[in-house]
Design a protein. Sequence first.
Length: 172
Amino acid sequence: MVSRKDKKRSLRDFIRDDPEDDDEWEEVHKEVWEELERGHPKAAALLAASIVDDCLKFAIQSRFVELSADDKDRLFDGHAPLATFAARTQVGYALGIYGKKTKETLNVIRHVRNGFAHARRRVQFETPEVSRLCSKLDLIGLKVIGNRASLGSLNYDIADPRQRFLAAAHGI
């Protein structure tokens, strides 16, 4: 049953509601990455890139003074200066949060995401244009042996474009 409080909460508030403790974060993290493995390719590309984009936002915010919710909105939402994946990628690099290789990987992730989001035809990770981009992804933070990459308990077949994309996004 939906509580009265939940009925009044907006969708925007709901999607900004972070898990409350480490156990809940771990559960959500595991569920999301499992869904990325088996879900529709478009959903996988968009969701993985969205997670990376959120990580960029949090990394950039960590370099700022404490900001009010309104100040954060003025910087990161709508048409604000840091509202786009491209802007966050460039600013994160300019702040020294990561180096050139990571910036290039972030740009490839963004291009793949945009391809899935804006294509007027069916697109898959095996689509030659997408597959070529995925082959350029650097596997930052992953242990790579042959065609296998791992991070924690997750393992990826990096010869597969979808798996390589997810591995790169997870490594970021």
